[in-house]
Design a protein around this ligand. Sequence first.
Ligand SMILES: O=P(O)(O)OC[C@H]1O[C@](O)(CO)[C@@H](O)[C@@H]1O
Length: 444
Amino acid sequence: MQAFAEEVKSDGFRHVVLLGMGGSSLGALALSDLFGSADGYPDLTVLDTTVPATISAISDSLDCEKTLFIVASKSGTTIEPNVLYKHFRALVEREIEGADTGNHFVAICDAGTSLERLAREDGFRRVFTNPPDLGGRYSVQSLFGLVPAALLGIDVGKLLDSVETMSTLCGATVPANDNPAVWLGALIASLVEQGRDKLTIVTTESLQNFALWVEQLLAESTEEDDTDATDRYMKVVEEAGIPVVRFDLTGRHNIGAEFFRWEFATAVAGSLMGIHPFDQPNVQQAKDKTTELLADYENSGRAPALNAVSSLTELMSHVKKGDYLAITAFAEPTAQVELALADLRQNVTGKWGVATTLGYGPRYLHSTGQLHKGGADSGLSLQLTQIENADVTIPGEKFTFGVLAAAQAKGDLDALAAQGRHVARINLGADAVQTVKTLANSLK
Ligand SMILES: O=P(O)(O)OC[C@H]1O[C@](O)(CO)[C@@H](O)[C@@H]1O
């Protein structure tokens, strides 16, 4: 891996764009956030969206000649990386005519998948095949995390040493009380039993995407989660007297140990809670609805309609003690949108006294989407959409990214509603920031 990273660096690549969802990208995102790229190594962008505005913004900013794309998917069948590959392959072919475009693409996947075949047929620079007995969200210490880490110039050996240290501390002969992961898993499970079924992860800035990684691990595995990294929200949490556990990261490479601790703890918590920690059965429901909507579009030419559904106030009229509000946004996550949403969340908590989660679509569909549909019936869902403002075609497909994003948004809300969950949708219109601000202010 490190030899490959050196080769990529010396061939003049300055940017790596990783196309992948959930466990196939969040570990790399966490590592890139924490380490950045070492001197002379390329930077890393994770692209795990179908929202046209974000895809256009990234496509416009790329210097294709110096960009390497990683298509990362264990199953090889996930729609997002597959269509993103089609888009970027065409872009590279347009931008650097005549060159060996396959050289700009790398695949990470399980052996024998359709992605492996495609990558070989399309002449990818390299195909990394992963051991198939690893669940997606438990795969950061495998090629899914390590190849991007090596490309960033991270010392992969040091990272793995820290994983090994934690795995020794969690060995089979270590009594449960002294085992850091069993202790954490048991704590999570026992707090859930006492009714504390929300976990807030507060981190320093460089670990915010590590929190996203933990969110996916827990939300798909145990169906219980709430994360928030803003200090203001943390204050509200502390004031509510919620138990706090603190882990200090002594040296960046020790993130490897934390990956291991949380994976093991999640398996322990899931087992104690009687939940299968390696399964995510409800994720499929939204995928099936999306597939139906896309087929309908291909037959009728009618794009999935994202009509307004209910309103925030009407939605919150159903709230009960212990419920949470899941805010999902199919919009470009600009800094201003993030700030406006942080205010909205704070005001929701202030007005109704509930915890909130925030997930951008379609990323959250591969993470907290499981919690929303398969977790306890304590979540109300507010979907915010801003999809129509731009569109991007997908070579070889009848649908565009806009149609796909709309089908994913509608598919998820339909799946939730079909389960009797309370839902609302607000279309953000042309000015997403202003719409969210107005909504937040109306709650004061
Ligand atoms: O690596 P794949 O097969 O593309 O899957 C991506 C993600 O999708 C999920 O299967 C959920 O849809 C996650 O568990 C997984 O990490």
